[in-house]
Design a protein around this ligand. Structure first.
Ligand code: C2E
Ligand code: CA
Ligand code: CA
Ligand code: CA
Length: 279
């Protein structure tokens, strides 16, 4: 049995080594990426479904690696979480998003809220609330112009501790959103343990795997329930006018997606905002 095990190991070794090498290459490229200023934030507008006005923007990280070229945010975040590099990278994202949004507000003379994705590892650090407080103080961004997006998995880790932390953030004036809703535990009940402002419905919640839109009554009942819990509902990944009309009929509050605008660099976003306000 022992020999068979060893043979099996030998057989799979080359493939495993390749996967490990790819992962290692990513990690090696990621370590100096912050110092080399290889990250950039793109921003995707979030739109009020009744007025079609822009109400906010979501900051999304982009990595153009000197060694590897463009790396997908999904891959980058996964390696960053595994290695713990998400802590310095997440801090950079938070500060950069606050700084750039403060600049945007100053130049355009209108209020806009920025949403920042925060991973479970970041939220689990004891100093996270202080980090947020410092980012606001250093950049001068008003607290109510910042929203923190958390996933369900980050919330359920240590519920009493997380609930206390979220209350501290809320006391600062920061808004709280649950991201990717519908991909994980998908209950509304546990959300009553936290003071959340916004529920972001994952694309897969509204659009099924076969591309068809979910049952109207189901989505409508869900939105009504969220409203009863004083949550505002944002739908992500809206790509067609058909989905937009469906969401409007279902009484959804806000939308984000390629139909309205893709995530874009700050300068492009500023031009887009000016055009959107004039039009
Ligand atoms: P997410 O937070 O759910 O962000 C939404 C993703 O959907 C983004 O992918 C966005 O570009 C994409 N998207 C927007 N509109 C549409 C649409 O109409 N159709 C489709 N198919 N997709 C759309 P992106 O930028 O590749 O980011 C992937 C994920 O990486 C994010 O998902 C988030 O979980 C994570 N991420 C990105 N930036 C950060 C960050 O700064 N910190 C952390 N912790 N995670 C981040
Ligand atoms: Ca998000
Ligand atoms: Ca999401
Ligand atoms: Ca997602």
């Amino acid at each position: 049995a022992k020999r068979a095990g060893r043979n099996r190991y030998r057989f799979f070794e080359p493939a495993m080594t390749l996967a490990a090498q790819a992962r290692m290459a990513l990690e090696m490229a990621l370590r100096p990426a912050l110092a080399r200023a290889e990250f950039e934030l793109h921003y995707q507008p979030r739109i009020d479904l009744r007025t079609m006005n822009v109400v906010g923007i979501e900051a999304l990280i982009r990595w153009n690696s000197a060694d590897l070229g463009r790396v997908s945010p999904g891959e980058l975040i996964a390696i960053a979480e595994e290695t713990g590099l998400i802590l310095p990278i997440g801090r950079w994202v938070l500060n950069e998003a606050c700084r750039q949004t403060r600049g945007l507000i100053d130049r355009h003379g209108r209020t806009i809220r920025v949403s920042v994705n925060v991973s479970a590892r970041q939220l689990a650090q004891p100093g996270f609330v202080d980090e947020v407080r410092a980012a606001l103080a250093d950049t001068g961004l008003p607290a109510d112009c910042l929203e923190v997006e958390l996933t369900e998995s980050a919330l359920i880790e240590d519920i009493p501790r997380t609930a206390a932390m979220l209350d501290e953030l809320r006391a600062l004036g920061v808004k709280l959103a649950v991201d990717d809703f519908g991909t994980g535990y998908s209950g509304l009940a546990y959300l009553r343990r936290f003071h959340i402002d916004v529920l972001k419905l994952d694309r897969s919640f509204v659009l099924q795997a076969d591309g068809r839109i979910s049952a109207f009554d189901f989505i409508k009942a869900f939105v009504d329930m969220a409203h009863a819990l004083k949550l505002s509902v944002v739908a992500e990944g809206v790509e067609t006018a058909e989905v937009l009309d469906f969401l409007r009929a279902a009484d959804c509050d806000e939308v984000q997606g390629y139909l309205m605008a893709r995530p874009m660099p700050l300068l492009a976003l500023e031009a887009w905002l000016v055009a959107a306000t004039e039009g």
